[in-house]
Design a protein around this ligand. Sequence first.
Ligand SMILES: [Zn+2]
Length: 65
Amino acid sequence: MIEYICPECGAKVNVLCLTSLPPIYRYKCSKCSYEYEEKSNITQKVIAPIPMMTLTKHDEFTVYY
Ligand SMILES: [Zn+2]
């Protein structure tokens, strides 16, 4: 997770994703009037599940998928 900080006052910036084509990210400061818009591309990402490591008896590791 990324937390965006306002370059003007250092407060947290709210990120809004406008689902237009191409998508637009609108960054809006929660404190001052700073606003910034950025055009973005659609990226498709396949989720790679990380196997869960669970500690069992006698320091054995069991991998669950
Ligand atoms: Zn600000």
